[in-house]
Design a protein around this ligand. Structure first.
Ligand SMILES: [Zn+2]
Length: 272
């Protein structure tokens, strides 16, 4: 014996049921989205390390063909440490006049795919000494990764010890000049060190440190106050021996002497 269908049975959801379902979907999505965001950021960081690894091989090839010497620093312009390889700079910025074109850069022979020099999280920086903001260092100067021939724009700025060569650093030197290849930084993302555009030893120019945060950053990516710098500042770094890592520079970049040696990083060779 079958039950006859109840008269007036509604197959549709009530409004309350619908709202409950929507709320549950909302909660699930909010739980899932940060995880997806982190996975995406992790993938960008992995890509960054892989870029640096490939560029490290290009440096090795360059040295093999140039009596074991590192490439020279760039031509006269604001961006001498961003001209070892990569793409063309953005010529519309006056600061870029005199910056080498892609085909004239030392590593051009070994890597022609400019994207290899592009950090996917590149957010540029906004030094107060410039008239424009760099939104993407790669697009503006040709590479996201800075050549660490000397750590500072002005050699006198914030190195505790006198540098062995505060003008050229390792640029143009043979491999044996570098004291500790596994710890000596060859290339680094901008966030690994603050940027000082003016000489703090000069009383007429107030110092203008700029900190950048690219990977895992919640905007803004460019900061002018140390108190605004987050606890973690993740940046990828390539060492002279060819290995690339991503490290947390948060503590060091907020210190007064961020270019001093740590257990894993050496930024300059001291005078002995
Ligand atoms: Zn990166």
């Amino acid at each position: 014996m079958t039950t006859p269908p109840t008269p007036g049975l509604r197959l549709a959801f009530t409004l309350i049921e619908l709202l409950v379902v929507i709320a549950i979907i909302g909660i699930l999505a909010s739980l899932l989205l940060p995880t997806l965001g982190r996975a995406k950021e992790q993938a960008r960081l992995t890509r960054c390390r892989s870029n640096l690894h490939q560029i490290g091989i290009a440096f090795e090839m360059y040295r093999n063909e140039n009596r074991d010497r590192f490439p020279p620093q760039g031509q006269s312009s604001h961006w001498k440490s961003f001209q070892y390889g990569g793409g063309d700079p953005n010529w519309k910025f006056a600061d870029n006049l005199g910056t080498l074109a892609a085909t004239n850069r030392p590593l051009w022979t070994y890597i022609k795919a400019a994207e290899t020099f592009h950090c996917p999280a590149d957010g540029g920086a906004d030094p107060l000494t410039l008239t424009h903001k760099f939104d993407d260092t790669f697009r503006d100067i040709g590479t996201s990764y800075r050549y660490n021939y000397v750590p500072w724009t002005y050699p006198s700025w914030h190195t505790w010890q006198v540098q062995a060569d505060a003008t050229d650093g390792l640029a143009g030197k043979p491999g044996a000049w570098v004291p500790d290849p596994a710890r000596f930084v060859l290339l680094a993302e901008w966030p690994a060190l603050p940027y000082g555009g003016t000489d703090p030893m000069s009383p007429s120019q107030p110092p203008d440190p700029t900190w950048a945060v690219w990977h895992f950053s919640r905007s803004p990516k460019s900061l002018h106050s140390v108190s605004a710098v987050p606890q973690k500042v993740i940046a990828a770094v390539l060492f002279v021996d060819g290995h690339a890592v991503a490290s947390d520079f948060g503590k060091v970049v907020k210190s007064n002497l961020p270019a001093e040696p740590t257990a894993t990083c050496v930024w300059y060779k001291p005078w002995r």
